[in-house]
Structure formats: structure tokens, C-alpha cells
Design a protein around this ligand. Sequence first.
Ligand code: ADP
Length: 482
Amino acid sequence: MQLQDPTLLRQQCYINGQWLDANNAAIIEVTNPATGETLGSTPDMGADETQAAIDAANTALPAWRALTAKERAVKLRKWFDLMMENQDDLAKIMTLEQGKPLAEAKGEVAYAASFIEWFGEEAKRIYGDTIPGHMQDKRIVVIKQPIGVTAAITPWNFPAAMITRKAGAALAAGCTMVIKPAAETPYSAFALAELAERAGIPAGVLNIVTGDAVAIGGVLTGSPIVRKLSFTGSTAVGIKLMEQCAPTVKKLSLELGGNAPFIVFDDADIDAAVDGAMISKYRNNGQTCVCANRIYVQDGVYEEFSQKLAAAVEKLNVGNGMDEGTTTGPLISQAAVEKVENHLQDAISKGAKIITGGESHSLGGTFYQPTVVTNVDQSMTVAREETFGPLAPLFRFDSVEDVIEQANDTEFGLASYFYARDISRVWQVAEALDYGMVGINTGLISTEVAPFGGIKASGLGREGSHMGIEEYVETKYLCISV
Ligand code: ADP
């Protein structure tokens, strides 16, 4: 791997300011999903190392919490600057371990850094309240204080951003954190920790542990010292973690699965809707929790939209993310390929028609042809489950009422999208969609300034925006008799 700064590629965990192997020296191999080659390894840690990280975070807490918000903000700003100065290297590391095209990886690094910048700024605005007293001698003041030691468990699809939108908020608020990144993508996490260290974030404030997910997760959720867990991943694991957090009544932020509807009404700008669908569906090769999973197109524009979408999809350039011009990388694993294939076969067996793609890519490995299918209906698996891959299923609908009912007919409630121009329809549909986020005439909604999160089985809490930092503070009410 040719990096401008090779020291950014760390293969050890970061605990209490030290780079460490597992106590028993066990490792997990890290592979490049584009080539199947081994990139290196990451420590296979377990309960003991996790406990050491929690203890370090607890020891570091008083001094970190005692800094002024501005002092913490200065360090976070430095961390942000270092991320942007090393954007190219961070992107290369990410592409190699995750597979996304280099341009997308660069974009993610900037997006990830933006959370550090944003929350550093927000640190100075964790305002409280004064409330007129309920008795003549009473004065009421509400202050906000850091929760304490926190934990994060993050997925492989956004190896940097899923860490910074948790760690940025936590550190800005005065909390310390132990992070368990996905075993597939540890190097982005380690590189971030290396830059945090260079930015002057003290030992123990930020710790990274990799290894046995069940053992590490068990200690993080069971520990009475850890007062909050933030998790991004599948709903099944989120539910398990929620149960494990119950005995210690931890605060929780959960960003879980989605099943995003993407609705094209007949008054939409169809070309814009195609552009939006391309971004929403095929970004990161369909591997984001806000990817369009079900595309509903109104009768009158169904043919036009499906043809234009298929034409746009055929222009995608599947390949190794390190190669210039690649728009679409490999899927993360063979299991991910199988899920796409299962969803496709189920749809075809129930009457769906492939209009482009539909097979493994000639590049082999976990490369898959970007695929569009028509004649899709609510009886198919794609209507219920997140495909998390490059399969765009096109449903046909007639009335606004029907499509709202179908769009909301899921246990999930993360992102949704629709294209329409009639202003009354825009408001009515926006209010009727049971989702935490609605993209209206846009397929791209993620930004550090807005509250990201879902309802129903898609999770709890919000990340980003001024609300994101609130997830890392406790409210304390002071009643003063004068
Ligand atoms: P995905 O399908 O995106 O990999 P997962 O929910 O399986 O979603 O994984 C997200 C994160 O949760 C990863 O860091 C993974 O290692 C971790 N994880 C998976 N199972 C558990 C578990 N039982 N306890 C704690 N963490 C887990």
C-alpha cells in the first residue's frame, strides 16, 4: 500500500494511548474485498482487553471532562485538520479494506471529518436553562453534564464516518469512549486514532478494541462504568445489545436497519428522479442503511423511468475501487452476494423481470452486476428485507393513498425519498411517511448539520446536528432556595 504517510497504517489496537496486541497474541486477518488478498491483521481481543479499555476511559474521564468546551474544541479542530490533510491516505486505507471507489472513500473521509469539526463547534453551545421558580424563594437552573464513559460499536460500510459521528459528539461533550469497529474495517479506525493522538487527545479518552464481537460487546454492555452505548448495525444485533444494556439501564443510541421507499410521482422531474435513484440505490454498491430498497413508480411514468434508470445503470463502471473510473466496487463478502441473489431469485420466481444486470460480474469474487428488475410487488422478499446490494426493484403504483400505505408497510423507519412537484402533494406525502428522514427531490440526505436517525425498528436517537451532542449529556436540575 503506497501511503504518503505509512505510519497511518496501524495493525494494533489503541488502549490508554498505547498500541497493543491481544493478550494472547491472536489475530484476525483483514482482506481486500476487491482482490481477496490479505492486507494484514487486526488483534483478536476479548473481555480482558475490553475491560482494560473501559478502565482507561474511566481514568481519563475527570481531566477530559474538566477541560473547558473551548479547550476540547481546539483539540477536535486539530483532529479535523489532520484528517483533511491526510484525506488521500485515509481514503486509500478505506478503499483497500472496504472496497468502495477511491472518490467515494475521499468523500467519506471529508464527511467523517465534518462531524469532528461540527461537534467541536457545538461543544461550546451545550446550553442549559433557567426556569422561573415555582415558589418565591426558589430559583431553578438546568445544567447539562457529560454522561461519562461511553461505548460505540460500528459497522464496515462507513468505516470512518460511523466512528466520528459518535466519537465527535462524545468527546465534544466531555465523555470518553471505547470503540469496537467492524472486524472487516479496523484500519480506518486505527488511522483515526493515530490522528487523534497527534491532535493531542489524551491517553484513554479514545480507545479502539477489535476482536470477538460477542465477548467485547458483552463487556461493553454489561459494565456499570459504561453509561451509554451507541450502535450502528443490524436490527437483530441492536435488539440483543439493548437487552444486554437493560440490567445497567444504559442510555442507548441505535441506528439499525432500513427499508427505504423511493417514490416517483407522475409530476416528478424524471431525469432528476433517475439521478436521485442512482445515488440513493448504488452509492457504496447499495450497502448503506439509507439506500433506496423499494422504488415505487407511478403508472404514467413507469416505462420512462425504468428505461432511463436501466440506461444510467448500464453506464456504471464495476471494478477495483483503486482503479480510476470505477464507480462501483465489490460487495463486502460472499454472504452479501448471496443475499442479493436470494432476493433476485425470489422476485423472479414471483414474476419480476430483469431489465439489466442480474448476474455475478465477470470480474468474479464478490463483484455483482448492477441490476434493475420490474414487475415487483409487495409479496416479494425485496418488499420486506433490506437487500444491501446493487438490486433496484421497481414497483408500480396508481394512487397516492396506495403508495403511502405500501411505503409504510414495514417495521422499519429510517430513510425515505420521493420525487414530486405539486406543493400540496409534497407536504402531504412528507407528513404521511413514517420515517425519521425524508429526502424530497433528492437522493442524498446525509450531512453533519442535520439529525440522522430512524423510528420504529430502525432505532433510537439522532446523530449529527445540535441534537447529536444531546445524546451524550445528562440533564441536571438544580433547585436553589434563596
Ligand atoms: P452488519 O450486517 O452491518 O455487519 P452487524 O449488526 O452484524 O451488522 O454488525 C455491526 C457491528 O456489530 C459490527 O461491529 C459487529 O462486529 C458487531 N456485532 C455483531 N454481533 C455482535 C454481538 N452479538 N455483540 C456485539 N457486537 C456485535
